[in-house]
Design a protein around this ligand. Structure first.
Ligand SMILES: O=C(O)CCC(=O)C(=O)O
Length: 281
């Protein structure tokens, strides 16, 4: 078990997370942790993993993603094991510890307009359970009009949302996974907008968003000229999480890496690639 920096989450924040599926916490990451993240992103740009994808790459927009587990980037390893995130993840899930699943890096070059399609993270993951969340932060300011946006309370919906494509040069649309369980994605940005409540926050570097694995979210584009968006989303699992497969495949597909750590479908994910983190007292 690794001991991370303590960050006491308030009952008010836990209540907001449970009710809304998302909460924003101000000033969680100090300059030290922002420096660690800068180094992690820079290393990933130099030496991406095999999972790196250019979702959009044209004359005006460049938007790429990569997903790395703890053993694959020493900076993100420090971030996952030592920063206040482990304490926040455990606190939100009302647990003493949480498992550091993996880290996603989203990089948009200055002025990129491309949005992240509306989706739920967990329907892509090779892990399922109600104790599952992401902690998103950004190395660059997030001005009003460019925020990541959340459908309030959507983590409590009965049916999962159909899954947009997140593939090389293929962002959005709807994957055909041959499963009637999924509901068609409403037009959240247009005709159906009035039927839902949305949450979003302008943010400064150091602020974080904590959101449930099933909370519907999207947006985060429309960057003004000159503004990068280097965001880092850390995925965390709790005691009820189990390894699973997904119709249409998992993104990222971490099943082979789990298998090489002796973890297979039905197992709890804790292992060397998904270490358990608790907060130092
Ligand atoms: O930063 C973005 O545009 C996407 C973030 C996201 O979808 C996530 O963290 O799950």
């Amino acid at each position: 078990m690794t001991h991370a920096e303590m960050f006491p989450v308030s009952q008010k924040d836990v209540d907001a997370y449970n009710r809304d599926g998302v909460v924003m916490l101000k000033g969680v990451l100090n300059d030290h942790w922002l420096g660690v993240l800068e180094a992690g992103v820079a290393l990933d740009i130099e030496e991406p993993s095999a999972r790196k994808r250019d979702w959009v790459n044209d004359d005006a927009n460049h938007f790429f993603v990569d997903a790395v587990t703890v053993p694959h980037n020493p900076h993100f390893e420090r971030y996952m094991l030592g920063s206040p995130l482990g304490s926040i993840a455990a606190g939100m899930m009302d647990l003493a510890a949480a498992c550091a699943f993996y880290t996603t890096i989203f990089v948009r070059s200055p002025g990129t307009q491309s949005h992240t399609p509306w989706h739920q993270d967990q329907t892509y993951w090779c892990a399922e359970g109600r104790q599952a969340l992401s902690i998103w932060t950004c190395l660059d300011p997030v001005p009003a009009g460019t925020e990541l946006e959340f459908v309030r309370g959507s983590h409590l919906w009965d049916r999962p949302l159909a899954k947009p494509h997140f593939a090389q040069d293929h962002l959005g649309g709807e994957m055909d996974v041959g499963d009637a369980e999924f509901m068609t994605v409403p037009n959240f940005s247009g005709a159906d907008r009035d039927r839902y409540e949305f949450l979003r926050w302008p943010m400064d570097p150091g602020d974080v968003l904590v959101f449930h694995g099933m909370t519907v979210h999207g947006g985060s584009g429309d960057l003004p000229a000159g503004l990068w968006r280097r965001s880092i989303s850390a995925q965390w699992l709790g005691e009820d999480a189990r390894i699973t497969t997904r119709p249409g495949g998992c993104i990222p597909d971490l099943l082979p890496e789990f298998a090489s750590n002796g973890i297979v479908v039905g197992d709890h994910p804790a292992c060397a690639m998904c270490p358990t983190v608790t907060a130092a007292i």
